[in-house]
Design a protein around this ligand. Structure first.
Ligand code: FAD
Length: 128
């Protein structure tokens, strides 16, 4: 976990890596503050702090958390479109900071579905 301290529900998180995982689809890894926990199935709102261009729909988008709760970073994945938001996410320098809020959502998996969690972990390994 990063040195950043979680101040729920919002915190600053630096972009650590950005990789292509499928056609027009990218995964982004961000710092995860110490003490910030979530359940598989929850999502975060990401706000761009200094976007190069204004986006008609604003600077905030919701993203499902694609990393596992035990991982040290927060990963989200998205289809890349030509919106100002997505283009800024695609081009912002590594270590730039965004604001994250969350975790939100109650679409978490029951404990009895551990086999699904294990499957998700294997997918996660595949995109690292
Ligand atoms: C709880 C929650 C979780 C979410 N999780 C994810 C996630 O994990 N990954 C993810 O990618 N998104 C996720 N979203 C959606 C995300 O917040 C954005 O709305 C979405 O990614 C579109 O953002 P955008 O900037 O590309 O398009 P916007 O500018 O927000 O446009 C909105 C819609 O217009 C259409 N659109 C925009 N550009 C184009 C284009 N070039 N061609 C065709 N249609 C277009 C699309 O239907 C798009 O959804 C989530 C939303 C919520 C509420």
């Amino acid at each position: 976990m990063s040195a950043a301290q979680a101040a729920w529900p919002g915190f600053g998180a630096k972009l650590l890596s950005r990789i292509k995982i499928a056609d027009e689809t990218m995964a982004f890894r961000f710092e995860r503050p110490s003490g910030w926990d979530f359940q598989a199935g929850q999502f975060v709102d990401i706000t761009l702090l200094r976007p190069p261009e204004p986006d008609a729909k604003g600077n905030v988008r919701g993203f499902s958390i694609a990393s596992a709760p035990y991982e040290k970073t927060i990963m989200v994945a998205c289809r890349m479109r030509d919106s100002a938001f997505k283009q800024a996410l695609a081009s912002m320098p590594l270590h730039s900071e965004v604001r994250m809020e969350g975790p939100f959502g109650s679409l978490a998996m029951p404990a009895a579905w551990n086999w699904v969690r294990e499957g998700a972990t294997r997918i996660d390994f595949a995109v690292k």
